[in-house]
Design a protein around this ligand. Structure first.
Ligand code: ZN
Ligand code: ZN
Length: 370
């Protein structure tokens, strides 16, 4: 058997994506489901593959914010049925100490499962039209495509009344920002939160902090991004000069929580100086330099940690976020612009130029279904 379908393939690190026919040459294993992708968000981590050669072998189908409809299951172990609507998230093993402890984002095998081609079993089944192998899987999915074969473990069933084509970013970018605020910080009414960088992750953090009743200061250097942050409840602060005193002024003397999405050592130190005693600064972006810390920065109980995937158990956080959306309190859809999957290179250009916060790519087959 075999299934042929369209996908956006990356063949060289600096080349555009090419729309090609690809093939899955075997059906789902016992713990897998085949999903018809309704939409897939584009995340910075997809684009970062270009500059960090080796994070995914090529040729590869990237895309790790997919959502869609289950069309085939490997059996009862998947606990999913044909027709279920699912949001796909990151992969994890399910049996290491951190997975068992409820922290799958810190799975011992996170890098092996999500990067570098993913799980190696059944590796040969995913090929291009000529039969040449593609990287087996990216973040447990490879969703810049009409179909994705995924471990059932990272497919989260959602209410079929929801607009499934828009839900994919709840599996990574929006999960990361919202999870940092709701899971890591557990921010609540009256708490103060600084958000550095008002991109997809930062704006999801702003929305979640607003939903939680916190006071938020959002920092960015793009006025239009700050205007969005303000619309979603933040006090906007234009990034210029030293920020810590201004953050303190706006946040009652200092913030309890800060989230950095920029990886800028300068901004990170500004945020640390703006923290209240016992305050917590979370880092979500990958640092590319050493991080100098001034003496005293972490005194008085302040702490600094890396936060991966919003500390989320996707099966718990994604339904919370869709319920907040249904209540009008997490309007993530306002950050999305849809593109046909064929226009993936335009979506990338718009994303890099800051013209769109979150592109979501819609496969042609899905447009026919709609
Ligand atoms: Zn694990
Ligand atoms: Zn991502």
């Amino acid at each position: 058997m075999g299934l042929r379908f369209g996908a956006a393939v990356l063949r060289a690190y600096q080349s555009p994506f090419t729309l090609e026919e690809v093939a899955l040459n075997a059906g789902p294993a016992a713990d897998e489901v085949l999903v018809r992708i309704a939409g897939c968000g584009m995340c910075r981590t997809d684009l970062a593959v270009r500059s960090s050669a080796g994070r995914s072998p090529l040729p590869a189908v990237l895309g790790h914010e997919g959502a869609g409809v289950v069309v085939e299951t490997g059996g009862p172990d998947t606990r999913l049925s044909v027709g279920d609507h699912v949001v796909l998230s990151f992969d994890s093993c399910g049996h290491c100490r951190t997975c068992v402890g409820g922290a799958p984002a810190y799975c011992d095998s996170f890098a092996d499962l999500n990067l570098f081609g993913g799980r190696k079993e059944n590796a040969a089944r995913f090929t291009d039209a000529a039969g040449n192998p593609l990287a087996p899987r990216w973040f447990g999915q490879s969703s810049f495509a009409e179909y994705a074969m995924v471990p059932a473990r990272n497919a989260v069933r959602v209410d079929p009344a929801l607009p499934v084509e828009l839900l994919g970013p709840l599996g990574c970018g929006f999960l990361t920002g919202a999870g940092a605020v709701l899971n890591t910080f557990r921010a609540g009414p009256g708490d103060t939160v600084a958000v550095l960088g008002a991109g997809a992750v930062g704006l999801a953090a702003v929305m979640a902090a607003t939903a939680a009743g916190a006071v938020i200061v959002a920092v960015d250097q793009h006025p239009e991004r700050l205007a969005l942050a303000e619309r979603f409840g933040a006090i906007p602060l234009y990034r210029t000069g030293s920020l810590s005193d201004r953050i303190k002024q706006l946040a009652d003397g200092g913030v309890q929580y800060a989230l950095d999405t920029t990886a800028s050592p300068e901004l990170i130190n500004d945020a640390l100086r703006a923290l209240r005693p016992t305050g917590h600064l979370g880092l979500v972006a990958r640092l590319h330099t050493t991080l100098p810390l001034e003496p005293g920065t972490l005194d008085r109980g302040r702490k600094l940690s890396h936060i991966c995937e919003g500390d989320a158990v996707p099966g718990l956080l994604i339904p919370r976020l869709t319920e907040l959306w249904q209540a009008g309190r997490f309007p993530f859809d306002q950050l999305i612009r849809t593109y046909p999957l064929d226009e993936i290179n335009e979506a990338e250009r718009d994303c890099e130029a800051g013209r769109v916060v979150k592109p979501v790519l819609i496969p042609r087959t899905e447009m026919e279904h709609a």
